[in-house]
Design a protein around this ligand. Structure first.
Ligand SMILES: [Fe+2]
Ligand SMILES: [Fe+2]
Length: 326
């Protein structure tokens, strides 16, 4: 371990290279071992394609409006992957050696993620229930608009963010899978289940990165965790918008739909935070300086506070007409 006194973030990140290497083989899959969207959707080279397509469309006909809206929002979020990859590349202190573990991690993580948008997009296209042009315009907007995750290019804050966010996407894709199954679409359920399983592995990896940083630089890591939680974790697609609709409107309606069908709620937010506090054994952390102790106190008390707020929140009932769905 390197001592906390002399550590700079860049030193810690450099020191983690072997660890990242190890986690890469533990938590990412090789191309050979990966599922591909084609494994989960009708094969257009086969004669039975039209029959399978017809079945797919029949199943999709029974999917609820809110579920479709959430699926489109999730797809747009996944399709904005170029933003996330370039964001990771700009984090301060990440060694830029293309053959080093950090850059290999970024590419391999991106390569896995890229399948998610492909699979969801193709399903939605085949389903016949989506105005694809409107959805594609939203994706183009989101990539062009970019985002501000409030991580200030700081690796510590960035990995708090990804730990949180990959867990959130695991929950939401898993819930969409469950609902799709209930509504009779097993193909969609399986597809979302596969995406959710990827997100779970990614979440584990990022949580392990933060756990490792806590070993080397506990006070600074604690302060970064506190700072992210004070600012609140924003979703990567918070600038999501539709053609001809004012910025800021669409995303709110998307999260309302997700709340309504219990795909992702404010109590999930609190549960994720609770899980991170346990995962990183925040309450038992030693070696914190005074500021670190104060940050710890804030974070440990936060779930109870958030729970009280969440209990008072009403599930939004307004149904909004998205341009994505005809
Ligand atoms: Fe994803
Ligand atoms: Fe992800």
């Amino acid at each position: 371990m390197i001592t906390a006194v002399s550590t700079s973030r860049a030193e810690v990140i450099k020191w983690m290279e072997d660890f990242v290497n190890e986690k890469m083989s533990e938590f990412l899959k090789t191309v050979e071992d990966s599922w591909q969207p084609a494994d989960l959707l009708p094969d257009a080279t086969l004669d039975n394609f039209f029959d399978e397509l017809k079945d797919l469309r029949e199943r999709a006909r029974d999917l609820s409006y809110d579920l479709l809206a959430v699926l489109v929002g999730d797809t747009i979020t996944e399709e904005a992957l170029p933003t996330y990859e370039s964001w990771l590349m700009t984090i301060d202190g990440l060694p830029q050696d293309p053959n080093g573990p950090w850059m290999r991690w970024n590419r391999a993580w991106t390569a896995e993620e890229n399948r998610h948008g492909d699979a969801l997009n193709r399903y939605l296209y085949l389903s016949g229930r989506i105005n694809m042009r409107e959805m594609e315009a939203s994706t183009q907007y989101l990539i062009a608009d970019g985002f501000d995750l409030q991580t200030d290019n700081d690796p510590y804050r960035a990995f708090v963010y990804t730990s949180f966010q990959e867990t959130a996407t695991n929950i939401s894709h898993r819930r969409v899978a469950q609902i799709a199954k209930k509504q009779g679409d097993n193909m969609l359920a399986k597809l979302c289940g596969h995406v959710a399983a990827d997100e779970a592995r990614h979440a584990k990896a990022y949580k392990a990165f933060v756990g490792k940083i806590f070993e080397a630089d506990p006070s600074e890591m604690m302060l970064a965790f506190e700072d992210m939680m004070r600012k609140k974790i924003v979703m990567p697609a918070h600038y999501m918008r539709e053609l001809g609709v004012d910025l800021g409107k669409t995303f709110g309606h998307f999260t309302d739909a997700a709340q309504r069908i219990n795909v992702y709620t404010s109590s999930d937010y609190t549960d994720i935070l609770d899980g991170l506090i346990k995962e990183w054994r925040i309450e038992a952390l030693t070696g914190l300086n005074e500021a670190g102790e104060r940050a710890r106190d804030y974070v440990v008390a936060l779930p109870a506070r958030l729970k009280r707020v969440a209990d008072r929140m009403k599930v939004p009932s307004l149904e909004y007409k998205f341009r994505w769905i005809d």
